[in-house]
Design a protein around this ligand. Structure first.
Ligand SMILES: Nc1ncnc2c1ncn2[C@@H]1O[C@H](COP(=O)(O)OP(=O)(O)O)[C@@H](O)[C@H]1O
Ligand SMILES: [Mg+2]
Length: 367
């Protein structure tokens, strides 16, 4: 049985970094409710705290209460009594807005997350080739590898070097015309922390936004960790996202995970730009016959269910895999192939969708 006292006790462990006082003493914790199903919910009624502090406190509060014995689920709402609410909060009305960290990267126009319900569906492959396709269409593009569980982007872009420094800032690594930073490059000696805690993720991502010299970019693509755990949630709250591209394979199991992931972004009011169905089909090189190896129609079904576009269907293709393994994306090594064309169509669809949402006023652009 979870008690109020236990919950408040845990929340006293969260300090407001600006006021050097715990959030219970400051009266920020409101509407605390403990359901019969051991579900704990409360509101953090922020006043003048910065978006960064809000995100840190929100994530710590959720984590500390979540760790209490007997707690099944934690729901932390963000309220605001003093400072004007962030613009995005006004838009949808059902969930707390992710705090805009736009001031960290004022020269970046659009931030696009590439996410998936589970690993291994080709999220990083899509992120890299989407970045290259946008670059090939003339945009200035950066990519941040924020997949704490599998930072594969340096390998996929063939850039194993370490980033340089300039004027006390980190220079992004450049590969195939794209600026790149990876959470993997910030870890000493490839040693992965055993557990990625919310505050740790915040500090890593802030480092990658604030301390890296990105310069002016049209698009900054984030390769997100797969799924909907604590790391994913923390990242989605701390990164100022214009929208998310969901990657799935055609079969049902992948689709269940993708529904959960879409739900998470919707709760955070991050617009879903659309669905990418990866490993959609295979064209036999000898006969030209098309095979639906992982089933058919999954991407379209999920797109219709959520009323978002199916942005692209990417074929299953050995050269695409090889491109990732060897650090030369298919869009670079065989730009005229049908596979590269599918990624360019994806790039076009993403650009179109960003323009469309911006015109509707429902896309929180960074500047
Ligand atoms: N369309 C594709 N055709 C062939 N292989 C692919 C395709 N997409 C991804 N792969 C391969 O599948 C594996 C998993 O892809 P990856 O992009 O690392 O997935 P994730 O980032 O979702 O874990 C990699 O070996 C990658 O090269
Ligand atoms: Mg990956």
């Amino acid at each position: 049985m979870v008690t109020r006292e236990a919950v408040l006790g845990a929340l006293r462990g969260v300090r407001d970094p600006e006021q050097q006082e715990d959030i219970v003493a400051l009266g920020l914790v409101q509407d605390l409710a403990i359901g019969d199903d051991a579900q704990v919910s409360f509101t953090l009624a922020f006043t003048t705290q910065s978006p960064k502090s809000r995100a840190t406190m929100h994530s710590m509060a959720a984590r500390l209460v979540g760790q209490l014995p007997g707690v099944a689920k934690v729901q932390v709402k963000m309220g605001s009594t003093g400072a004007p609410p962030p613009a995005r909060q006004a838009a949808a009305g059902h969930a707390p807005a992710p705090p805009p960290a736009a001031d960290l990267i004022p020269e970046v126009r659009h931030t696009i997350a590439v996410s998936s319900g589970k690993g291994g569906v080709g999220k990083s492959t899509v992120a890299v080739n989407l970045a290259v396709a946008l670059r090939q269409a003339g945009a200035a593009v950066g990519i941040i590898d924020s997949d704490v569980y599998g930072p594969d982007i340096p390998m996929m872009l063939g850039s194993r070097g370490r980033p340089g420094m300039f004027d006390n800032k980190i220079l992004p690594v450049e590969a195939h015309g794209i600026k790149m930073m990876s959470i993997g490059l910030l870890l000493a000696d490839d040693r992965e922390p055993l557990v990625w805690r919310g505050p740790m993720i915040h500090s890593f991502i802030q480092q990658m936004l604030r301390e890296v010299l990105w310069g002016a970019l049209d698009y900054l693509v984030f390769d997100m960790p797969p799924g909907t755990g604590d790391a994913q949630l923390s990242l989605s709250q701390v990164i100022p996202l214009s929208g998310v591209v969901m990657v799935t394979t055609p079969q049902e199991v992948a689709l269940l995970d993708v529904r959960k992931a879409i739900g998470m972004f919707q709760r955070l009011n991050v617009p879903v730009l659309g669905i990418v169905e990866n490993m959609s089909y295979f064209v036999a090189p000898d006969t030209g016959k098309r095979y639906a190896i992982f089933g058919e129609g999954g991407g379209r079904r999920i797109a219709e269910e959520y009323g978002v576009p199916l942005l692209a269907q990417i074929p299953l293709d050995p050269e695409t895999r090889l491109g990732g393994d060897e650090g030369s994306p298919i869009t670079v090594r065989h730009p005229d192939s049908p596979q590269a064309k599918a990624f360019r169509e994806l790039g076009e669809a993403v650009r179109g969708r960003v323009r469309e949402l911006a015109a509707l006023g429902s896309l929180p652009t960074i500047r």
